[in-house]
Design a binder for this molecule. Structure first.
Ligand code: GTP
Ligand code: MG
Length: 258
């Protein structure tokens, strides 16, 4: 008996869609993961056309998204942060409060897995996981593909959880109405100064995991001063998605966007 065919190790299978979670695989087929240790297969050459104005094209598509959001009367929020700052956990709590009162939908981007989409799914909330493969950010065309995969009727708030990365997502306009930058107490007070674009482009900055601030020896006053310096334009929230502290003010901010 022949063994069933296995996918090549350098081409992982995208997580499958389930009735609850749509998976949109936007990986570039020309992009391959590095071979596993001991695999002598070389990476295929990649041709980069410097003539392609990637960001111009992204901006054009972002404008299309922005118009779609306007025409549908929904507000789109782009959540950006380093990996693990607490985007999904905050969205879980936010959906717990807001989804019963108004239409919400979620697009969530990760290189692999549908874990976050599974965590975020709840009755009445369309969720799509965007699988980017090697790409370290979401772009406007990925959002278009994600939007095509979920029903948008009745949606007032579209939450977009970007790939965890405190650098690259800052360069890619998704057409969002608000960019929300998260930074957690466990990352240290200096991140706003070290990664300025993510903060200077934010409409709001959310300081997360404040329940563990004391245990971490976190200097809250210094962190807030650094946030104010890097993001003087932004509204600032301090929250714990675990205990719910600060979440009333956060949800009030979201309701006021409508
Ligand atoms: N103590 C505490 N832990 C938190 C809080 N929010 C998130 N966490 C924990 O931080 C870890 C990462 O949280 P996630 O919500 O998955 O972070 P994320 O930003 O979505 O991560 P990526 O999607 O991988 O970038 C998990 O173990 C969470 O339980 C919080 O408010 N307090
Ligand atoms: Mg997440």
């Amino acid at each position: 008996m022949t063994a069933p065919a296995q996918p090549a190790p350098s081409q992982p299978t995208a997580p499958a869609s389930t009735p609850d979670v749509v998976v949109v695989d936007v990986r570039d087929p020309a992009d391959t993961l590095p071979p596993p240790p001991g695999d002598p297969a070389p990476r295929g050459p990649r041709v980069v056309d410097l003539q392609v104005r990637i960001l111009d094209e992204n901006d054009r598509r972002a404008a299309v998204n922005r118009e779609l959001f306007r025409a549908r009367g929904l507000r789109a929020l782009n959540f950006v942060s380093s990996p693990g700052a607490g985007k999904t956990t905050l969205l879980q709590r936010t959906l717990g409060t807001l989804a019963p009162e108004l239409g919400c939908a979620v697009l969530v981007g990760d290189l692999e897995t549908a874990n976050d989409a599974q965590r975020l799914r709840r009755p009445g909330v369309p969720v799509a996981q965007i699988t980017t493969g090697g790409t370290c950010h979401l772009d406007a065309s990925m959002i278009q593909r994600g939007l095509a995969a979920i029903p948008l009727d009745g949606v007032r708030l579209l939450f977009i959880e970007n790939v965890g990365n405190l650098v690259c997502p800052a360069s890619f306009d998704l057409g969002e109405n608000r960019r929300i930058t998260l930074v957690s107490c466990t990352e240290g007070e200096d991140k706003p100064l070290k990664y300025p674009p993510m903060f200077s482009s934010a409409h709001a900055v959310v300081l997360t995991k404040i329940d563990v601030a004391d245990a971490m020896g976190f200097d809250r006053a210094l962190a807030l001063a650094n946030i104010r310096r890097a993001a003087p334009q932004a509204e600032v929230f301090e929250v714990s998605a675990k205990t719910g502290e600060g979440c009333d003010a956060w949800c009030a901010y979201l309701r006021a966007l409508l």
